[in-house]
Design a protein around this ligand. Structure first.
Ligand code: SF4
Length: 285
């Protein structure tokens, strides 16, 4: 049984950067709090908690806290309120998310109505929408498109949540193009996501089964799972080795493995070690 690990498996640039910022802050700052989860991974969050960083759900009135802004970013009003309350801000927003903010704000200033293609309830999407002065439209799926509303908009700029699947996004853009005269599309899917998705479009064809490692809360992991599952029904999504079932590997000669952008290396290694153990045991029997 061969194990093929995707080159892009695990932490992306933005997550690594955010964790470095957090570690450095923990050395220097007292009264440190993080607004929400730094990234969507339970193990990473546990480590952050061990550093003595408190997670808060919303900004409270007790001043003089240092607040870390997570990799997904936050709406502008969060920054304004934090300053008003006297908090210091350490901004760990991924630069690629910041770039989406910049484009959306710039295009709004130029008179364009902003459409965000992404998951309506995702923190990153809320953060993008929350940069704008006017209300933006979020489109998650083709079936969400309200043609009557769309027809009335003359100038549209489209940005995309960084972890969306390109094929799905392009299909939505195609529909929008039919109804909107002036449409500017910015493909803001980040490079680490593009590389991960490119690999996962190949791996399911070359392996008997696929294991995707990452938290069930992680949007980019979900996307990897969905792409792989469409190409190979024997695709399994696990958060840790404990969720792996031996029965998945019956008659399997090669296993492809990849992991979401917020999955730590140590979880990937544990999964590989566990599969090797299963493999060795089945050889002996
Ligand atoms: S997935 Fe992309 S946008 Fe999100 S943190 Fe990683 S590099 Fe940044």
């Amino acid at each position: 049984m061969r194990i093929n690990l995707a080159k892009s498996a695990g932490f992306c640039f933005g997550v690594k950067r955010a964790l470095e910022i957090v570690k450095e802050a923990a050395k220097k700052e007292k009264n440190l709090a993080i607004l929400g989860d730094i990234v969507h991974n339970e193990k990473v969050i546990q480590k952050i908690t061990k550093l003595g960083i408190k997670k808060i759900k919303r900004l409270d009135k007790k001043a003089n806290k240092t607040i870390i802004i997570r990799a997904h970013g936050e709406p502008q009003k969060v920054f304004t309120l934090a300053k008003k309350l006297g908090h210091k801000i350490i901004d760990a927003t991924c630069p690629m998310v910041k770039e989406i903010h910049r484009i959306a704000k710039d295009m709004e200033e130029k008179g364009y109505f902003i459409i965000v293609i992404g998951d309506k309830n995702h923190d990153e999407v809320r953060g993008i929408v929350g940069q704008l002065n006017k209300k933006a439209m979020v489109i998650e799926n083709i079936k969400d498109i309200d043609i009557n509303k769309i027809k009335k908009i003359k100038k549209v700029s489209i940005v995309v949540q960084s972890t969306q699947e390109l094929d799905k996004v392009l299909k939505i853009v195609e529909v929008l193009k039919r109804y909107i005269k002036e449409l500017k599309f910015f493909n803001t899917i980040c490079m680490p996501t593009r590389i991960k998705q490119k690999e996962i479009k190949e791996m399911p064809k070359k392996n008997d089964c696929i294991i995707i490692i990452g938290s069930k809360k992680s949007a980019n992991t979900k996307r990897l799972y969905e792409i792989s599952r469409r190409l190979n029904k024997k695709t399994w999504w696990v958060n840790s080795k404990e969720e792996i079932k031996k029965s998945w590997f019956k008659g399997v000669n090669s296993i492809g493995i990849t992991a979401g952008a917020s999955t730590p290396d140590e979880t990937i290694k544990e999964v590989i070690k566990y599969i090797q153990l299963i493999k060795n045991k089945s050889k002996k029997n």
